[in-house]
Design a protein around this ligand. Sequence first.
Ligand code: FE2
Length: 375
Amino acid sequence: METQTASEKMANAQDFLPINGTDYIELYVGNAKQAAHFYKTAFGFQSVAYAGPETGVKDRASYVLQQDKIRLVLTTPMKSDHPISEHIKKHGDGVKVLALWVDDAYSAFEETTKRGAKPHTEPTTITDEHGEVRISGIYTYGETVHMFIERKNYNGVFMPGFEEWKSEYNPTETGLLYVDHCVGNVGWGRMNETVKWYEDVMGFANILTFDDKDINTEYSALMSKVMSNGNGYVKFPINEPAEGKKKSQIEEYLDFYEGEGVQHIAVATHDILATVKELKSRGIEFLDTPDAYYDTLLERVGNIDEEVAALKELKILVDRDDEGYLLQIFTKPIEDRPTLFFEIIQRKGARSFGAGNFKALFESIEREQAKRGNL
Ligand code: FE2
């Protein structure tokens, strides 16, 4: 029986790495111009900044998009003999950088590398006429990187090296507000060392654990542990495949991403019904949930503000932790490889997660996995 709430467990985190939130998420993609169009049109992100040949960056193009506090950077290389091309060849489109907003990028690097982090970017100060941004970076699971971004002395659109991107095509936003959490998939037997890495190197606390008894079907299973920083603004759940009769969906991800990486990015909204309705009308495809899920919903989660019929129509999931409830829905993978997908989440008091939704997600992915012939 759990004796501490998620909030109490967050207080176990160490304070040597203060983090204000997610600064940006950078994806390496095969065609950043077209990907930017997708994120604008389908998700409602706004054009913010650009770097590329026209701005003096010869080897790549990067588009910066924003919606409220969520910032995406989409980067594509210009030539095949570029490290980013190697990344895309191996992994397909995917998340390269989970950048964290800190007050001191130099101290973040020093504190994490002295605890064993593998350096990616030595502390560097970059400047332009809008001020300075101090950056550093370390590797986490797979080829994924945590950059530390300090921008208190900067008032430009994004970062030195980028110019404002003024577009005449500006679809409206869809109500997305901030990055709630980003989930990583790690390989067989790698869960505990990854959890320990987040505890020792980043000072995070393990606020929730689901084992293969909690999350399983007749065929397959997974394990998951949720890591959080002290203020709860940054949460990194970690999944590992578990043994079952058939292939775990985490293993399917590892096969197609060809390694460990980010499984999903969860973005928050204050009105999940309106946001999901809008995203669907713009072509975003969501995972399905059987109607039977809603028959006993209120018995499982107690009183909620929303109408069950409205949730059922859009297939939104509801779950509870010991502090409140949360509503969630998951997109299908947003590329052809069954790798990265998005989650839309609305929190009503809950700061953690519930096993019921996790299991419902697991079962929906397994149905899709079977359709792909990978179960
Ligand atoms: Fe999630």
